[in-house]
Design a protein around this ligand. Structure first.
Ligand code: IPM
Ligand code: MN
Length: 329
């Protein structure tokens, strides 16, 4: 039976890269029953719609959601990000943001990869805070970080389980416990407690600033990383940049017991939109993660194999898509 997938192409390069992703998925032999949702900054400018509760409820009945990118410079910051993307992550409780990075390296016989697990529903993203005396000389703005034991623990437990399933069985907590002595303490204690359930998983801890150095100078030390929402946002752009470029960085927003959403890490890139210039590989690889989730692991592996040698994936958006389709035979 065809998998029922909601498609949100979104803004800028989003629809272009999703079209290639769908093309490659079909070429891998997987049948999708797609439902298009016209959402994002452009739609908002047209009729004010961001994301209705009815649409969200409809999504609960789907097998997955596949999203390109949302956001456009004409809409003030936050409207689409909070009203669409974050609403989706929060209301559907997509609490795991899984972002894999592949380092092909100079020696093709010794490739390396690591996976960042970013907590996806809490932290500074939760929306805590506000203004007092806004637009006066005495105004104050606060934006706190919300960290619940439940939210932190489920994310850490997922990460240990993932690390345990991998050959190296190694998990690094990334935080800033030397300064964030409240939230960092909660993360560290939870990490150490859950670690006792996974005696075969080796653990490490890095401060986030040090992790930035290691991402660049020694990424081979990592296997699985778990971190909070904002650190994970920043670190995964860096991860993309050091592992071949953000054009290859894929992600899964997972609710392990509900509908999940798959999207490239990159944004809508309005500067290159509509020019057939965007690299569709991140969207294609996000599609492969979606296939894993839909129980189509063989097709997902074939797509990843086709996209393996990233240095050969050059050309226009549609050319790279065609090349991947050709490699699938
Ligand atoms: C990402 C994006 C989003 C985030 C934005 C668009 C809200 O940067 O998915 O990494 O900050 O999470
Ligand atoms: Mn980001």
């Amino acid at each position: 039976m065809a998998h029922k997938v909601g498609i949100i192409g979104g803004d800028g390069i989003g629809p272009e890269v999703i079209a290639e992703g769908l093309k490659v998925i079909r070429a891998a032999g997987v049948e999708l029953d797609t439902v298009d949702y016209d959402l994002g900054g452009a739609r908002y400018l047209r009729d004010g719609e961001v994301l209705s509760d009815e649409t969200l409820e409809e999504w609960r009945g789907l097998d997955a959601l596949y999203l390109g990118a949302v956001g456009t410079p004409e809409v003030p910051p936050g409207v689409i990000e909070r009203g669409l993307l974050l609403k989706m992550r929060f209301v559907l409780d997509l609490y795991i943001n899984r972002r894999p990075f592949i380092f092909e390296g100079d020696d093709a016989r010794d490739p390396h990869d690591f996976i960042v697990i970013r907590e996806n529903t809490e932290g500074t993203y939760a929306g805590e805070g506000g203004f007092l005396r806004k637009n006066t000389p005495a105004e104050i703005a606060t934006q706190g970080s919300v960290n619940t034991r439940m939210g932190v623990e489920r994310c850490i437990r997922y990460s240990f389980t993932l690390a345990q399933s991998r050959p190296r069985k190694h998990l690094t907590l990334v935080h800033k416990t030397n300064v964030l002595t409240f939230s960092g303490d909660l993360w560290e204690r939870t990490f150490n407690e859950v670690a006792e359930e996974f005696p075969d998983v080796e653990t490490a801890y890095n401060h986030v600033d040090a992790a930035c150095i290691y991402f660049v100078q020694d990424p081979g030390r990592y296997d699985v990383i778990v971190t909070d929402n904002l650190f994970g946002d920043i670190l995964t752009d860096l991860g993309g940049a050091v592992s071949g470029g953000i054009g290859f960085a894929s992600s899964a927003n997972l609710n392990p017991t509900g509908v999940s959403m798959f999207e490239p890490v990159h944004g809508s890139a309005p500067d290159i939109a509509g020019q057939n210039l965007a690299n569709p590989t991140a969207a294609v690889l996000s599609g492969a993660m979606m296939l894993d989730h839909l129980g189509e692991a063989a097709a997902a592996d074939r797509i990843r194999a086709a996209a393996a040698d990233t240095s050969t994936l050059v050309g226009s958006t549609t050319e790279v898509g065609d090349l991947l389709v050709a490699r699938l035979g």
